[in-house]
Design a binder for this molecule. Structure first.
Ligand code: AMP
Length: 403
């Protein structure tokens, strides 16, 4: 009983095959550079063998090649596509139309189509993947798991922008937040680690990867998050600026004559750690160079951690206090240096970490708080795919996985 998890982007399709009985994944891969020329499929199978082949360039053809590769005994666990009992799609923007994951029907696809203006790059690619998979695997239930739904519990004071109401009422301009699947997984794991009910916990979760966002999760519900209508708002990220005075955008257009496309590219692709450091967007390189005395990398690290600290304080204030601070994703999970910088002088928020525990990086869930500290500081590897499989099995009314 296999569940296929698909993440269809504008130029790539990431896939992972899960055995629903033991919730393990032995086959995963990517079709990359779709539509760019040089598109290829890379698949790693249950025996750890990786195969790479050139593919043709549309999403439909990429999916066909992917399904053929899943049947190749060299790389896959499948002897027949009939073993796939359901497909879970990672979906980016559900707007206000979706407050939870959804079994894909014609009506769901229509509603997703209506959300395209909110995510003009991502939603069309998600939709193509869903339509093509329905065509190739007719009768197999498919589920959309959105990045935004977890934050639909935010109150208006957190999600409304202070601009005239008609922009919200007519054009749906508001804050939505993203990374919801990751937050949902991590919050549940944190409660399990603390042996407490989520209903009794106030958590600040820092999801620091190439994309970064933070969420205030009160009683298991998101009450605020740092990303906005798009993933551009909030923390400094790998290549995104995060918060910036909207007046800067006007300045760039009015004084420098930059077009909408140029400003979009500047703020989404050339900014953040990359823009500040001039040394790329990899936090490992930036911390190493900062320690070796590179002033631009030291500044990038400083701006990055300062912004996260501000948001930790804001999130705790939004909940009237906090019981746990959780770190996840590439930087949050692996960078002892960033976690150490973030906890420095945060005893005012009752955050104190144990230096030795912080230094250990096992890739496993752990508590790194100082023994006497009130707020538990946890490091939890994220696992969005597992969450997608669980939602998919539940909504497809299939037997839930054991364990
Ligand atoms: P993600 O988007 O979750 O895959 O995270 C990607 C980010 O995690 C990149 O900026 C990486 O540089 C960063 N990262 C991964 N491993 C480490 C590490 N050991 N130390 C610092 N940053 C890391």
């Amino acid at each position: 009983m296999q569940v296929l998890v698909l993440n269809c982007g504008s130029s790539s399709i990431k896939f992972e095959l899960y055995d629903a009985h033991d919730m393990t994944s032995r086959t995963h891969g990517i079709v990359a550079k779709i539509g760019e020329g040089g598109a290829y499929l890379e698949i790693t199978g249950p025996r750890g063998r990786t195969r790479r082949e050139r593919v043709v360039a549309t999403h439909a053809e990429a999916l066909e090649t992917l399904f053929a590769a899943l049947l190749d005994p060299e790389t896959s666990a499948l002897s027949s596509l009939d073993e796939i009992v359901a497909v879970g799609h990672r979906a980016v923007h559900g707007g206000e139309s979706f407050v939870e994951s959804a079994l894909i029907t014609d009506e769901v696809l229509t509603k997703m189509q209506e959300c395209v203006p909110l995510a003009p790059l991502h939603n069309p690619a998600n939709l193509t993947g869903m339509r093509e998979t329905r065509r190739l695997l007719p009768g197999v239930p498919q589920v959309a798991v959105f990045d935004t739904t977890f934050h639909q519990t935010m109150p208006p004071r957190a999600y409304r922008y202070a601009i005239p109401a008609r922009y919200y009422e007519t054009h749906h301009v508001r804050r939505y937040g993203f990374h919801g699947t990751s937050f949902r997984y991590v919050a549940a794991r944190a409660a399990a680690m603390l042996a407490q009910d989520q209903a009794d916990l106030r958590m600040v979760v820092c999801r620091l990867g190439n994309g970064c966002s933070i969420a205030a999760i009160d009683g298991g519900r998101s009450i605020d998050t740092s990303m906005g209508m798009t993933p551009l708002e909030g923390l400094v990220m790998g290549t995104r600026s995060g918060d910036i005075d909207a007046g800067v955008v006007l300045f760039l257009q009015r004084e420098l004559g930059m077009s909408v496309t140029e400003v979009d590219h500047l703020l989404n692709e050339e900014s953040g750690l990359l823009g500040l450091s001039g040394a790329g967007n990899d936090m490992r390189v930036i911390t190493q160079r900062a320690e070796a005395g590179d002033p631009a990398c030291a500044l990038a690290l400083d701006v990055f951690t300062y912004r996260v600290k501000e948001y930790i304080g804001a999130s705790a204030a939004a909940m009237g206090g906090h019981d746990a601070l959780v770190f996840t994703a590439g930087i949050g999970e692996h960078s002892a240096r960033v976690r150490q910088m973030l906890s420095t002088r945060l005893s005012v928020l009752r955050i104190e970490i144990d230096e030795d525990a912080n230094r250990e990086t096992h890739g496993v869930e752990r508590d790194i708080s100082d023994l006497g500290a009130d707020v538990r500081v946890l490091v939890i590897p994220t696992d969005e795919e597992r969450m997608i499989v669980e939602d998919t099995l539940r909504l497809a009314s299939l037997v839930p996985a054991a364990g």
